[in-house]
Design a binder for this molecule. Structure first.
Ligand SMILES: Nc1nc2c(ncn2[C@@H]2O[C@H](COP(=O)(O)OP(=O)(O)OP(=O)(O)O)[C@@H](O)[C@H]2O)c(=O)[nH]1
Ligand SMILES: [Mg+2]
Length: 330
């Protein structure tokens, strides 16, 4: 599986370097002044959005993230170097939570950064402690410890449009026709096991992101099929495109399928079921005219947008993109 959307990580920022106790040694000067340098700051742990990644998989094998310690101070007033931050890259849409589940940050912007744990301050060297009455201090501070924490990372993909439908409805075929995404397509249910994102370019200036998720079946909220665990990835979309298979070889009731799927959405999250939907009748090239008619009538009666398409002939695809753009503009 190359898609991970939930995990826990342990972060430990670097300790500060220790301050140094040192004195100048010069010929003919019996007691040189203190010249111990400060320790450097420990490395921060930074969580940063990287647009090029779409899963938390890389962290699966690096759950323990430690940043380096700051360098210790040295004699001759040399300060230790600060340690570099350790940068953890996450996809856009990653929610960082504490172990109680409280949201710390929803990472929505490109290159957005969150300091998840601060590196410890470096200790001061003895040069800093010299006073008029104590010209030869023998004290220096140790570096402060870096912060540590366990965090939960939860990814909720960011897409404008979510494709929903029963397995085999033609969701992956559609996204591969209208975007550069190339998910696996096959004539059996549950071909898609993890979400795919595709960018649809509409004309010269417009584009939107579509999420293709694994097919849903009745009982998904109780774990039937692949369950409903991928539905969270369409929670942030503005629009759902609901695909229903029209082909002759499926002997299903299209209207019943539509209702059953919406019931699953409502079980998972009523807000999801309340999002606006476009109903797309798929496989028009192989459609059963009766089922097409029945679904069309149902949509008309219920004020739903209805668009028949064929990913094979390309029929209806431009119209679908046009309607999606119109809905996104609302
Ligand atoms: N004739 C015809 N077949 C289609 C069309 N669109 C998809 N198919 C076929 O339908 C089958 C299922 O397509 P997929 O795109 O994998 O379906 P899916 O909804 O992504 O399925 P899951 O990932 O299992 O949920 C494949 O054999 C496709 O070739 C179409 O417009 N016309
Ligand atoms: Mg698929």
């Amino acid at each position: 599986m190359d898609f991970v959307d939930q995990l826990k990580i342990y972060v430990l920022a670097g300790n500060g370097g220790n301050g140094c106790v040192s004195f100048r040694r010069e010929k003919h000067v019996p007691r040189g002044g203190p010249n111990g340098g400060d320790g450097g700051k420990g490395g921060d742990i930074i969580i940063q959005v990287d647009e090029r990644i779409h899963t938390l998989i890389d962290l699966r094998y690096h759950k323990h993230c430690r940043a380096r310690r700051g360098e210790h101070g040295r004699g001759k007033d040399q300060h230790g170097k600060n340690a570099p931050p350790l940068i953890i890259k996450v996809p856009r849409g990653t929610m960082v939570k504490d172990m109680q589940g409280k949201l710390i940050r929803d990472m929505l912007d490109n290159s957005e950064q969150l300091i998840a744990a601060h590196g410890g301050r470096g200790g001061r060297g003895n040069a800093r402690f010299a006073t008029a009455v104590n010209r030869a201090p023998r004290t220096a501070e140790p570096g402060e410890p870096g912060e540590e924490a366990w965090l939960q990372l939860e990814l909720k993909l960011l897409a404008d449009v979510g494709l929903i439908g029963f397995p085999n409805a033609g969701k992956s075929t559609l996204i591969s026709r209208i975007s550069s995404a190339r998910p696996k397509v096959a004539a059996y249910p549950f071909t898609t096991l993890t979400p795919n994102l595709g960018v649809v370019k509409a004309g010269d200036y417009r584009s939107f992101v579509v999420a293709d998720i694994p097919g849903l079946v009745p009982g998904a909220h109780q774990g039937v099929g692949l369950g409903d665990r991928f539905l969270r990835h369409i929670e942030r979309t503005g629009l759902l495109v609901h695909l229903i298979d029209m082909s002759l070889d499926t002997e299903r009731d299209a209207v019943a399928d539509y209702k059953a799927l919406n019931q699953e959405l409502a079980q998972f999250n009523p807000e999801l079921a309340a999002k606006s939907q476009i109903v797309v009748a798929t496989k028009l090239d192989a459609a059963d005219p009766e089922r097409l008619k029945a679904l069309n009538k149902f949509c008309q009666d219920n004020g739903l947008k209805f668009i028949p398409i064929s990913a094979v002939t390309g029929e209806g695809l431009n119209e679908l993109i046009r309607v999606i753009l119109g809905e996104l503009d609302k």
